[in-house]
Design a protein around this ligand. Structure first.
Ligand code: LLP
Length: 421
């Protein structure tokens, strides 16, 4: 469920008309609903109760500091994968003891930053990383709390580019080698073992792979305890999928996920951490764009938008589907026609949808891409020197620009011409 709906024939974000935002901010832009973000965070938190838990929002899915502040104020922790994301979490006022640091290639500088600024735990992904962290923590005279990310060799049954839990993927330490890695961790100065971490992929639409992975983590946790390690936390990663089409998809709900987690892990006396990104942010955002031209091609009509693949790369990168809806509601029974929906970027990959049935749109009309809150703005680029588009946050009847569109001067002045040219 989200808070984007038609009211009086016009698409609204909560109580704000999307056209009104467009008139003030210009298109294209992203708009997020505070009520939807809040609701999705709370669904997860309720689903894991009464187990002790921390829902750590995966910042990589939507990293605007205003959004992080909103979630942080609700009690969310944050899952970060870079020094930049760590600083965003801190800028949003999230305390270090609610920040977990994931990622396969943490640098020593990033480790130093987190150890100095405060961190709940590092999710360590390799033996060399463990050695580096031990060295950095020792040099700072401190101790790094760690979980080791294990790779359970489970097929997440999702798009190959976002599956992470098979042994051929770069992530984590193979679960068969985990006991040896924990023994090594326990022997190193500056390292304190606190738990086990797993994340098998993103946009999972079935609970079975999660359950298979969590069952393996359960067995490992019991074994590690028998080996003498203090396993007080299990970080289960993110990955629960969302419906991208409103018709035929029905991924499991957070409550089903929570029930399964409690069934598999409820008796272990551990604190559960999860790292959802998409399920909190995905359906909380729209990308709003204006039709520049309708071009009648050979046997097909192109809807040429002012948004492009650099603004929302998911369709061209993963073949992802996003529902596209008109901002002015079509009347029931009014005619539709198939369009190829494209952006202005100079490559054929800049295609959002082919043969998509839409109302008879014309230049100047506004459309909205649904489910664009996750991995939308954060994956945008300035390809074709197209400015990063604004982000807007709505709460009730108020809205604010939470990232402004840069001017061309700002973009171009970041380059510098060497004096010898
Ligand atoms: N934790 C870790 C360690 C991750 O690598 C990820 C996502 C998450 C949590 C959050 O997963 P989520 O709950 O959002 O599924 N750009 C792709 C998705 C990449 C996901 C990367 N890792 C897309 O647009 O579909």
């Amino acid at each position: 469920m989200d808070h984007f709906q038609y009211s009086g024939g016009m698409l609204h974000a909560e109580d704000v008309s999307v056209s009104e935002i467009a008139a003030q901010v210009g298109t294209p832009f992203y708009v997020y609903s505070a009520a939807t973000l809040t609701r999705h965070f709370q669904l997860f938190s309720e689903a894991l109760s009464p187990m002790p838990h921390l829902v750590c929002f995966a910042i990589k899915s939507l990293s605007n500091v205003a959004v992080l502040k909103l979630l942080g104020q609700l009690g969310a922790g944050m899952d970060v994968v870079s020094g930049g994301e760590y600083l965003r979490a801190k800028a949003a006022g999230v305390p270090g003891d609610r920040i977990v640091f994931s990622g396969v290639g943490k640098t020593r500088d990033e480790m130093r930053m987190a150890l100095t600024g405060g961190i709940r735990q590092f999710n360590v992904e390799s033996e060399p990383e463990l050695l580096a962290l031990s060295a950095v923590a020792t040099e700072l005279g401190t101790t790094a709390p760690i979980a080791i990310r294990v790779n359970p060799d489970v097929d997440a049954k999702t798009h190959e580019k976002i599956a992470t839990g098979k042994s051929e993927n770069k992530f984590g330490i193979p679960i068969a080698k985990a006991r040896a890695a924990y023994a090594q961790a326990a022997s190193l100065p500056g390292i304190k073992v606190v738990g086990v971490d797993v994340h098998i992929g993103s946009q999972l639409t079935d609970l079975a792979p999660f359950e298979a992975a969590f069952t393996k983590v359960r067995e490992l946790a019991l074994q590690l305890r028998a080996d003498g390690h203090q396993i007080t936390r299990l970080d289960l990663g993110g990955g629960l999928g969302i419906p991208y089409t409103r018709s035929n998809e029905a991924p499991p709900l957070p409550v089903d996920y929570g029930t399964m987690v409690k069934r598999v892990l409820g008796d272990l006396d551990v604190e559960i951490e999860i790292e959802p990104g998409r399920l909190i942010s995905g359906n909380s955002g729209l990308l709003v764009s204006e039709v520049i031209y309708v071009k009648n091609g050979e046997g097909r009509d192109f809807l040429i938008l002012d948004a492009a693949m650099n603004d929302l790369v998911r369709p061209s990168m993963y073949g992802a589907h996003h529902d596209i809806i008109p901002v002015i509601e079509g009347t029931p029974g009014s005619p539709t026609q198939p369009f190829d929906v494209v952006g202005p970027v100079c490559e054929t990959g800049d295609t959002f949808a082919k043969g998509r049935d839409l109302p008879l749109l014309a230049a100047g009309d506004l459309v909205a891409f649904r489910s664009a809150g996750a991995y939308g703005a954060v994956m945008a680029s300035e390809y074709n020197t197209r400015p990063l588009i604004p982000e807007v946050l709505v709460q009730g009847d108020q809205f604010a620009v939470i990232r402004a569109r840069p001017t061309f001067d700002e973009i171009i002045s970041r380059d510098s011409i060497p004096e010898w040219l």
